[in-house]
Design a protein around this ligand. Structure first.
Ligand code: P6P
Length: 334
């Protein structure tokens, strides 16, 4: 069966849909090239001496892995020369990265989590890259943090790569979600998952159950009902999965449905959730909504949240629409 490549898909989108311009096509092409390089580094693991910690913390106060830094550098270097970006921002950098003066600037902002789930790297569990593309506000010559603080519904593109048994790049340009698999021999990405769609109902949920004592009542009610199984109020038995890598859990949901919850909890009242809005929740929310799913912080649509900080955290309830809406309904009556 002849499959089309990512390049061919992007050219066809540009030709058929003026919505994707040459600069956006270049951006996605360069991000895909960076993903391929990250895939090689992740795949070499211990053989390339890239496992383990850097011996310092990142801006999140989390132990920074060598591969976190490598992946961040790969994405910066792959994109800063192209003339399509006004600036970049990353989970691994406190402030946005300016485009060096020797390169032209463009109209887009790229924000990413270069290696999500990196605590799993040393135990060989799937990790991923998540990215989001925004338009730079008009007239902003040297974008700082403020320029990135746009609600997720304004994203023009979002995607993730999952470095598992295979490396997949899952992408939305605003008209559906499409998955591309990396052919390691040729270095090409081939369209293998066109028009990805999430079933509205599911029997599978993902949550870190060790936090149960910190959950708010609506989440505790929802999970208790799932765990009560067919004898309980849902009258159904449910299964649980928790990879500890959001990209891997969300990709499973994109593939067979499910609901992922990292809810607000009382574990650290200063943090309204663990996941970051701009480069984890927002891109995943756009992708999931484009595939027919839903994404909420428990009280409002994630894509409608007006950010107030580059590294702002948010509660995330995402996946099969009917289950997300049920969790939200429990919050509204609480
Ligand atoms: P916990 C990885 O660090 C991450 O940001 C997500 O990818 C993942 O879903 C979550 O944190 C795991 O958190 O508390 O279960 O280790």
């Amino acid at each position: 069966m002849r499959r089309i490549t990512l390049t061919q898909y992007l050219v066809e989108q540009q030709r058929e849909r003026a919505a994707i311009c040459a600069d956006l096509r270049l951006l996605v092409t360069l991000v895909a090239r960076a993903v391929q390089a990250i895939s090689v580094a992740v795949g070499k693991g211990a053989l390339a001496g890239v496992l383990g910690d850097m011996g310092r913390e990142n801006v999140q106060g989390e132990a920074q892995k060598k591969l976190d830094v490598i992946a961040n550098e790969i994405l910066l270097e792959a994109n800063e020369w192209g003339g399509h970006l006004a600036a970049m921002a990353s989970e691994e950098m406190a402030a946005p990265h300016s485009i060096p003066h020797r390169y032209p600037k463009g109209e887009y902002l790229l924000v990413f989590d270069p290696l999500d789930g990196s605590s799993n790297i040393d135990v060989n569990i799937a990790v991923g890259t998540i990215f989001s593309v925004l338009r730079c506000p008009e007239g902003v010559a040297d974008p700082g943090e403020e320029a990135f603080l746009q609600a997720g519904r304004t994203q023009v593109c979002a995607g993730y790569a999952v470095y598992g048994a295979a490396t997949l790049l899952v992408l939305t340009l605003g008209s559906g979600v499409h998955g591309f698999t990396l052919d390691r021999e040729s270095g090409q990405f081939y369209l293998t998952h066109p028009d990805m769609s999430i079933p509205a109902d599911t029997r599978e949920y993902a949550i870190n159950a060790s936090n149960a004592r910190f959950w708010e009542p609506p989440v505790r009610r929802y999970i208790d009902e799932l765990n009560a199984g067919s004898a309980g109020p849902r009258g159904l038995n449910f299964n649980m999965r928790w990879v500890g890598s959001m990209v891997a859990d969300v990709h499973r949901i994109m593939t067979r449905g499910g609901i992922f919850l990292y809810p607000r909890d009382t574990k650290d009242i200063a943090k309204p959730g663990k996941l970051r809005l701009l480069y984890e929740a927002n891109p995943m929310a756009l992708i999931v909504e484009q595939a027919g799913g839903a994404a909420s912080d428990g009280r409002m649509r994630i894509l409608d949240i007006e950010p107030d900080g580059l590294h702002q955290r948010v509660a995330v309830i995402i996946g099969s629409r009917n289950e997300v809406e049920r969790v939200v309904s429990y919050h509204l009556v609480a």
